[in-house]
Write a protein that binds this ligand. Sequence first.
Ligand SMILES: Cc1cc2nc3c(=O)[nH]c(=O)nc-3n(C[C@H](O)[C@H](O)[C@H](O)COP(=O)(O)O)c2cc1C
Length: 378
Amino acid sequence: MQQKINDTKTVLQPLAVNQITLPNRIVFPAIQTNYANSDGSVSDKLINFYAQIAKGGCGLIFTGSASVSPDSVHSERTMQIHSDKFIPGLEKLFTKITQFGCVPGIQLMHAGRQALRSVTGHDLLAPSAIPCPVHSKLDPTYKVREMTLADIKRVQNNFVAAAVRAAHAGVKVIEIHAAHGYLLNEFLSPYTNHRSDQYGRSTLNRVRIITEILTEIRNKLQQKVAISVRISANEFIEGGLVPENFQDIIPCLENAGMDLLNVSVGTVETVNKVIPNSSLGETPFVDIATKIKNFTKVPVCTVGSIASLKTAAAIISAKKADLVAIGRSQVADPALVNKSLTDDVAKITKCLKCNKCLYWNTGDKDMHCFVNHSVSTK
Ligand SMILES: Cc1cc2nc3c(=O)[nH]c(=O)nc-3n(C[C@H](O)[C@H](O)[C@H](O)COP(=O)(O)O)c2cc1C
């Protein structure tokens, strides 16, 4: 039988990230639910979903991902943030999360070549005109084009404008999505970036699109928000990014204003690593985060199949990471943190890692959970 955990000192210790104080070390990572309204605005269903997790004791929630531009919208109910009309809904959402003592964050993303033209209605953009082997098979009209310098400037402005909107709505942590094979990850990776200009050719050039975004967000928002960057530290693709590449990348991100590094892995081509099933065990990628921690001064968050507060506490006590993101296990039981601190620990509903939540594979219109039916019905 599970017992309530005793070693809570480290996992419950507040952490200062720039000027934002997180109440504890547990994070809910960005999980696209498709619970937004059909115009991409925040719905009551979305607010209820995050409210349960905030109420359940989580320290920091990354809402989203939210699309920074209309040519990056995944599907009809993706959260969006490319217009001021989204601010009132976001304000309601961040206020609700804050009410429970949890810190509201948002992940900002552009999907790049990992999208469907039939959904976006626009040409897909990428550093180089290399089709995504997965998405290109799903859409006969799939077409990706190399971004011009004007495209790059426009998308950078989209990220900065989105960050300013989120701050206006009361967010405390802004996460730039540079992981999982989406646009900014495509720029970082020698596998997808074959450019010969100032945004390609070398590691320092490949990171430039991100550092320019970070610098501009910092200029505009000063210390009002903390800035997180999510990376895929290992793409698990031949010719793709490996942890050692980040020794050169991370100092650039730090100099440009990064306050927190959220270490994930994989791309849509290696999605079994991004969202691992149970065959990989409970902590398959903590060692990668620990390796990355050696390259940075900022706090590091790890993720991947972590299922209990006890495991999170062990990771933090051993200084393998500073924060632990628990995704699907908090979807399965949004009160995981609080229940773990009481005798209710035995009542935690456990995530089966069945990946029923991957609605794009199951044919569900939005995220469902096999063990927590309330997430998709409220
Ligand atoms: C339904 C679903 C949607 C996801 N959407 C995003 C996303 O929008 N952005 C992101 O960075 N990661 C996304 N992820 C990955 C999660 O943030 C997390 O890294 C992954 O689920 C592994 O953590 P876990 O084992 O604790 O769930 C998604 C995962 C799931 C299950």
